[in-house]
Design a protein around this ligand. Structure first.
Ligand SMILES: Nc1ncnc2c1ncn2[C@@H]1O[C@H](COP(=O)(O)OP(=O)(O)OP(=O)(O)O)[C@@H](O)[C@H]1O
Ligand SMILES: [Mg+2]
Length: 507
């Protein structure tokens, strides 16, 4: 017997117009952390769904604990100890964490009556197993993303997981939460579990993986021991090219501010926020999640409006009281919350990309004809390298990152004067990030003002000509154009955000 918990042999899976998996053979060793890496749409999630019995492969077979399957049902997969933590986590929002952890297990064992003591015992046992401390009484709804994630892991453990798949678990987590999650993953490995981990953040991959498998276009490019690769070679294998990010410098001569914000306050959300932004600025806003940056960004879009302060847009004092008003002024928001991005899943890329234009159309703009729509959609697909069979492909069938690109294309098509982008590249592969940066930078060169919210220092440094650092609901530092060209700029910002990162995280 081998020490492989899973062995996939020549798995293929085709969807309309796409070979999502192309004869993929892959072994996962017991008690290891195995990362899957690859560009958006390369087949990672499809692989996970095939092993968990959600998709049936067209060809190939799957060995789990030595048992051969040509196709799996979800129940069979679960019996073999396969558990998947999907991004939405599928927790019951109104139930306690304890119930969320224990209920599936009790249901599987056929229990009819809810036995609180038992629920509590099961939940406690799982949390202790991996040494985490979460408030088991709290409902999932009132728990942070990181806490919910840990709950989902405990739920998987309670169902005797042997092989745990985590598909981009860190996408919605802050830096400290990521640290904590990675520790838990390490702990799972120490307990003898196997973990398959998917992430687009290369540093995470190197921090935890024993082995790395790289996918490209549905094919396996290769298996590597983590020590055999570095970020550069991994990026190269994923994309087949050297990835370089462009560095932005503002070149417009006109310094008249587009937006001025003075003394904006909303109790408990943001305090005393003042700054200005000119056309052609890509103003970075960095700070930990919970620093107030998203709450503040929403206020500029007419959501979460301030209680005090002045907003001047194109020289006139305005009250942006709703998104409709924001849109009318020429302000667009690419929201952070991946669930609420308003994609019409059954509709095609074309309709989604041009849906912001329809809003204008209703307010008296010239009707767009099909041909024009097609042109706009095709341009978005090309510029952002959206991987799809065609522009009529329903966005619900796109890979996570490609759907995210449609959101970016959609708001870009609206061609706003001020574009607020909240974490625009979460879930986007390292190659496609370059395309998004190119696009944002070319908008700015054309005179758009961009407020660029991000967690990632690297993307802050290459895109932003000025930076605001937010902490504890206030702006704690501002780096102007001159400061940003100094060699110590990155370290200064790292120190600032690292400083507030020191304290223990609540989950
Ligand atoms: N249910 C489906 N119907 C049609 N096509 C699908 C379906 N699921 C996936 N695909 C296609 O299969 C390909 C692989 O998608 P998959 O979700 O596996 O990519 P991924 O590697 O997980 O990408 P990402 O990093 O963006 O999450 C994509 O082209 C996607 O559009
Ligand atoms: Mg995916």
């Amino acid at each position: 017997m081998s020490n492989l918990v899973l062995q996939a042999r020549a798995l293929s899976k085709k969807f309309v117009g796409v070979q999502a998996l192309d004869k993929v053979s892959l072994g996962i060793e017991t008690g290891t952390i195995h990362c899957l890496a690859g560009e958006n749409g390369s087949g990672k999630s499809t692989f996970v769904k095939t092993i968990s019995g959600l998709y049936q492969p067209d060809e190939g077979d799957i060995l789990l604990n030595g048992n051969v399957y040509t196709g799996l049902t979800p129940v069979q997969a679960m019996r073999e100890g396969v558990q998947v933590i999907y991004q939405d986590l599928s927790l019951f929002p109104h139930m306690s964490l304890a119930e969320n952890i224990a209920l599936n297990r009790l249901r599987l064992s056929g229990a009819k009556i809810v036995d609180w003591k038992k629920i509590w015992r099961i939940a406690k046992e799982q949390t202790e197993k991996i040494g985490v401390d979460i408030d088991l009484n709290a409902t999932a709804m009132e728990t942070s993303m990181a806490g919910r994630q840990i709950t989902a892991i405990c739920r998987a453990l309670s169902q005797d997981a042997k092989l745990l798949f985590m598909d981009e678990p860190t996408a919605a987590l802050t830096r400290q939460e990521v640290d904590r999650l990675l520790k838990v993953v390490q702990e799972l490995k120490n307990k003898g579990l196997s973990v398959v981990f998917i992430s687009h953040k290369l540093d995470e991959i190197f921090r935890i993986s024993d082995n790395i498998t790289i996918f490209r276009d549905g094919k396996k490019i290769g298996d590597f021991a983590s020590g055999q690769l570095d970020e550069k070679s991994l990026a190269y294998h994923m994309t087949g090219r050297d990835v370089r990010y462009p560095r932005y410098r503002r070149s417009l001569g006109d310094d008249t501010p587009l937006l001025q914000v003075k003394g904006l306050n909303k109790q408990g959300h943001y305090q005393d926020v003042s700054f200005q932004i000119r056309p052609g600025d890509i103003l970075g806003l960095i700070g930990l999640l919970g620093s107030g940056r998203t709450e503040f960004a929403l206020s500029l879009f007419g959501l979460n409006p301030p209680e005090e302060g002045v907003v001047v847009f194109e020289g006139e004092t305005v009250r942006v009281a709703s998104p409709v008003e924001a849109n009318r002024l020429g302000i667009a928001l690419l929201p952070e919350d991946r669930g609420s991005q308003g994609l019409f899943k059954e509709r095609g890329i074309r309709e989604n990309v041009t849906s912001t234009l329809l809003g204008r159309l209703a307010s008296g703009f010239r009707a767009l004809d099909r041909e024009k729509e097609r042109e706009i959609a095709e341009e978005g697909v090309k510029k952002l390298r959206i991987r799809a069979p065609g522009i009529e492909t329903p966005v619900g069938t796109l890979s996570g990152g490609n759907a995210q690109k449609v959101v970016v294309a959609k708001w870009s098509a609206a061609n706003p004067k001020l574009f607020i982008m909240d974490s625009p590249t979460v879930g986007i592969d390292i190659g496609s990030k370059a395309e998004i940066y190119e696009m944002v930078q070319s908008f700015a060169r054309g005179g758009m003002a961009v407020l660029f919210i991000t967690d990632e220092l690297e993307e802050l440094m290459c895109n932003c000509n000025r930076v605001l650092v937010m902490g504890n609901h206030r702006i704690i530092a501002e780096l102007d154009e001159n400061a940003m060209t100094q060699s110590d700029a990155e370290r200064r910002i790292a120190d600032l955000i690292g400083g507030s990162a020191g304290k223990e995280v609540e989950v």
